[in-house]
Design a protein around this ligand. Structure first.
Ligand SMILES: Cc1ncc(COP(=O)(O)O)c(C=O)c1O
Length: 389
């Protein structure tokens, strides 16, 4: 083999093992996909319809623009400006084939020496990206001791500090908002600093959703990269549309990259997502997603806590984050769950230091209620009870 060997992202380990034991794919009808990070792809109760067709003209069969279709870039600029009072232009938006390709592009082009600060407990593929791209990084404590809620005083204070952070955080759901978000944005807006703020779960909060853009004075004068995606809040992971909001100068780099490395993003997908961003529809979607998933977070939170799981979950995202009782490891728990065609994401896969079962994340689980409809709680509770009994 002449390729550098690289394993699949950690979540896939769980999915492959699930398939090996059950002979099925997690997410198939009848399975309990608590490991997986996708939302419902049917309307949530009280939520907007999701169109089942789009019209594709001969123009849509042409190559897409390298940095994204003008209509989608405009719709996104309008969305942020109307919602958060920002003043970004379509030239501050670059379109990617999902959130991960956007993150990959930012980290690929980040200047070589910069050390990336990442919280100790974070979104699994950040680890893969840091390894593959051989990025120097430091960890911000995010552990039981600080209840997975690191303060800004625990962030690097040096001139070249660069942050990579999900907000709301996957897996913990901890959400930085209001004054704390404003201070974080200010800290990383300094000329020599920068940050990737990954807002894939923007809509999934108990309080009014917030984007970091709300606190940015002039994005063109920062090294901030706000990453969003149609994957979660707009409920279309299959469309593969994500974006970066950044300075015009940085967006040009992404355009150049796309011209030789990506070839743009499917025009049909961009067309579909542009429709989802219709101003009235998006207001409706934000409200309905927030309401439904807040109610699910509460229902599943009560269930998991009653079963003895010590929860540290925040108020955002669609996961619960907690420690299993009695020193049970997440891997052992999964072997029990697989017998019922269920599975969680072992917390060790969110450990940015990958310390394994003997490390501090050994008994932690990320329980996803993203793909679960309003009626599955009773059946879920039955399985969980049996496996924790
Ligand atoms: C924190 C975070 N960022 C970004 C993404 C974007 O994913 P995708 O590449 O599927 O759009 C996800 C999806 O799981 C996520 O959890």
């Amino acid at each position: 083999m002449i390729l550098r060997s690289f394993p699949p992202m950690g979540i896939y380990e769980t999915l492959f093992r699930f398939n090996e034991v059950t002979g099925r794919y997690m997410g198939d009808q009848g399975t309990h996909p608590w490991a997986q990070g996708f939302p419902l792809t049917v309307p949530v109760p009280g939520g907007p319809e999701l169109p089942s067709t789009i019209e594709v003209t001969h123009e849509d069969r042409m190559y897409p623009k390298a940095d994204g279709q003008p209509e989608l870039r405009q719709a996104l600029a309008d969305y942020y400006n109307t919602t958060y009072g920002s003043t970004i232009a379509p030239e501050n938006v670059a379109i990617f084939a999902g959130g991960r390709p956007a993150l990959f592009a930012v980290l690929s082009f980040l200047d070589g020496e910069r050390t990336i600060a990442v919280e100790e407990t974070e979104y699994t593929p950040y680890w893969d990206l840091l390894q593959l791209l051989r990025r120097p990084h430091t960890l911000i404590p995010s552990c039981v001791e600080n209840r997975f809620r690191p303060g800004l005083d625990e962030h690097p204070q040096d001139d070249g500090a660069f942050l990579l952070k999900s907000n709301p955080c996957n897996p913990t759901g901890v959400t930085v908002r209001g004054e704390a978000l404003q201070q974080m944005v200010q800290h990383y807006s300094a000329a020599s600093r920068g940050a990737v703020i990954d807002e894939a779960y923007e809509f999934f909060t108990e309080e009014e959703p917030e984007s970091a853009i709300k606190y940015v004075d002039n994005i063109d004068e920062t090294n901030l990269f706000i990453v969003g995606a149609a994957t979660k809040g707009l409920q279309v992971p299959g469309m593969r549309v994500g974006w970066v909001i950044a300075s015009r100068e940085h967006i040009e780099i992404f355009r150049n990259y796309s011209s030789f490395g990506m070839g743009g993003v499917s025009r049909a997908s961009q067309l579909y997502v542009t429709g989802l961003l219709d101003p009235k529809r998006v207001v409706h979607a934000r409200q309905a997603i927030g309401d439904f998933y807040t109610s699910q977070r509460k229902r599943y939170g009560t269930l998991l806590a009653d079963l003895g799981i010590e929860l540290y979950s925040g108020t955002g995202g669609f996961y619960h984050w907690g420690a299993l009782p009695g020193g049970l490891t997440a891997h052992e728990f999964n072997e029990r769950l697989f017998k019922h065609e269920a599975g969680i994401l072992p917390g060790t896969l969110c450990d940015m230091a990958r310390r394994g079962d003997d490390g501090p994340h050994g008994s932690f689980v990320r329980f996803s209620f993203g793909p679960l409809g309003p009626d599955s709680l009773e059946a879920d509770a039955e399985i969980l009870k049996r496996c924790l009994g």
